[in-house]
Write a protein that binds this ligand. Structure first.
Ligand code: ADP
Ligand code: MG
Length: 360
């Protein structure tokens, strides 16, 4: 027989491997011995009173009854105390903890009891509640961080828009300046649009509301189009572009591939002031391997450890364009496609991103 977790059932153990707490064999034996002891003592007392009173049945019954009542009451009291310690107390602790969590306080740490060295179901419940509280508090921190990051990212372009919109209204403003201010307005609103688009996209990807729409594609062609979109910027920066892109037939989501290629190439161009941006795509058995390499500023190990975090930007001065969501999106898309991404970087020498994704 298979249980929920898929393993064979073991007597006395639940699916977490915990031993049952209620009425284990030992408890049954203790209860049996206690009842037998009460009966034996009563019989013994009854015999003794019968002897002492020379067969006075009324007195014998009265004394035996009284002894039985006292012993049974003691037994019940012991049972109740045992139940209180083993069942009521932990249930109350669990109730207090869940009540605290229901009020939004996730600072909960229930201590498993391990009574008689047993790992019982209460212990499992305590551990589950502790990990639930830890998870909830983690996502609460992520949520507040996320709101703080979004607000911060939105505030900068919004204040630019507000300032320049006021300046553009000034009378007698030379046409050239008006043009320049309008250009700033356009770029700040474009930044806002791209921020909101990235947030919505990432949110959908994380909530599994976007599924890959797999179609027959030439991955090389998708990459070439991404490169073309950045040609102007590459030329403007005087960078050398080297492409070695093969035609590779794949069944994949075109939008997902665009997210990957656009973000990697955009970063390579953004973080390279002189030298080369190298882009390649090759067949690799059941996979295709895309590489974007640059001779730019590179990154430290500390930066490298966080590049896939949402809103993380290595340059905290935010002097470069961007919102720190690009690589988070890339990573999420690659995870959904079941691919891999690796990065090699040396400060001052350059960075190389390699992506490996299944062709089918
Ligand atoms: N090619 C690269 N060269 C140097 N640093 C990079 C490169 N690509 C990514 N990074 C680092 O990773 C960070 C996160 O990248 P990304 O998520 O695309 O955000 P953004 O481009 O908006 O800064 C960047 O801010 C940068 O510090
Ligand atoms: Mg980027």
């Amino acid at each position: 027989m298979k249980d929920v977790a898929g393993g064979k059932k073991k007597a006395g153990k639940n699916r977490y491997g915990a031993q049952r707490s209620s009425f284990s064999l030992v408890e049954y034996i203790i209860l049996f011995i206690a009842v037998a002891a009460v009966a034996t003592v009563s019989i013994f007392v009854s015999g003794a009173v019968d002897d002492a009173t020379d067969g006075n049945t009324a007195v014998t019954a009265l004394v035996t009854g009284a002894v039985l009542i006292v012993l049974s009451a003691a037994l019940c009291a012991a049972g109740a105390a045992f139940r209180r310690a083993c069942a009521e107390k932990p249930v109350k602790e669990i109730l207090r903890a869940t009540d605290k969590m229901a009020r939004g306080d996730f600072n909960v740490n229930l201590k498993p009891r391990h009574i008689w060295g047993k790992y019982d179901e209460y212990d499992v419940i305590c551990e589950n509640i502790n990990s639930m509280a830890a998870e909830l508090s983690k996502s609460e921190i992520l949520r507040t961080d996320f709101i703080a990051n979004v607000s911060h990212e939105i505030k900068t372009p919004l204040s630019v828009i507000s300032n320049y919109a006021q300046m553009i209204r000034l009378k007698n403003l030379p046409e050239e300046e008006r043009e320049a201010y309008a250009a700033v307005l356009v770029s700040a609103s474009a930044r806002l649009t791209s921020l909101v688009t990235d947030i919505l996209r990432l949110n959908k990807l994380e909530n599994q509301q976007i599924f890959p729409e797999k179609t027959k594609l030439n991955a090389g062609e998708v990459m070439r189009e991404s490169v073309l979109a950045f040609e102007e910027k590459i030329e403007a920066k005087g960078l050398q572009l080297v492409c070695d892109i093969d035609d590779v037939a794949v069944i994949c989501d075109e939008g997902f591939l665009e997210i990957i290629f656009n973000n990697l190439i955009s970063n390579a161009v953004k973080f390279t002031e002189r030298g080369t941006v190298f882009v390649s795509l090759r067949n690799d058995g059941d996979y295709f391997r895309a590489c974007v390499r640059d001779s730019g500023c590179g990154m430290s190990a500390e930066t490298g450890a966080h590049i896939f975090d949402k809103f993380y930007q290595g340059d905290t001065s935010h002097s470069q364009e961007g919102n720190g969501l690009g690589l988070a999106l890339v990573k999420r898309v690659i995870d959904i496609l079941g691919g891999e991404i690796s990065v090699e970087s040396r400060e001052g020498e350059g960075t190389s991103f390699t992506v490996r994704i299944k062709k089918l």
